[in-house]
Design a protein around this ligand. Structure first.
Ligand SMILES: [Zn+2]
Length: 157
């Protein structure tokens, strides 16, 4: 009889260190196959109203990198009770994707990843207001990908 139990690695297959994209980043410590569930994006669960109160957009309207909206009702604030997932940077040519389900966010790989490669997913951040050139400048991207769109904001359709 073959054992069909799915083995979930308890060891996180990446490490956190300085990134050429921005600040700290997550780097694979071994080969990771595509479609591997890496880690849950954890943090304090807030309503959008609570998140707005906690982080009022000041004059400089700085982006709060650790907020992640699950849906219209729940925002995860990884600045509180967050794990290593919060250090995974944005890329316009990502090798990971953020997958939302059952009120949780997971980071899954979408490509085979070599040891030492930086892990990144497309933040596709959405503002309430229009994504004007000025707004895009407030949310710049320096991922270095050939198809970099110059902002971590989502393309609006
Ligand atoms: Zn980019």
């Amino acid at each position: 009889m073959q054992d069909t139990t799915i083995v979930v690695p308890t060891e996180i297959p990446f490490e956190i260190r300085n990134s050429p994209i921005q600040g700290l980043g997550a780097f694979a410590t071994r080969f990771i196959k595509a479609d591997t569930r890496l880690i849950e994006y954890t943090g304090q669960r807030l309503t959008p109203a609570e998140a707005d109160t906690k982080y009022p957009d000041g004059a400089d309207k700085r982006h709060h990198t650790y907020l992640f909206a699950i849906d219209d009702d729940v925002v995860i604030d990884a600045a509180v009770d967050g794990n290593e997932a919060r250090f995974i940077n944005h890329s316009c040519d990502p090798n990971c994707d953020a997958v939302i389900g059952d009120g949780h966010i997971w980071i899954d790989t979408i490509k085979d990843i070599l040891p030492g490669e930086e892990l990144a997913y497309d933040y596709a951040y959405v503002l309430k207001e229009r994504h004007t050139p000025a707004a895009k400048r407030l949310y710049p991207c320096s991922c270095g990908a050939e198809n970099c769109r110059g902002t971590i904001l989502a393309r609006k359709k």
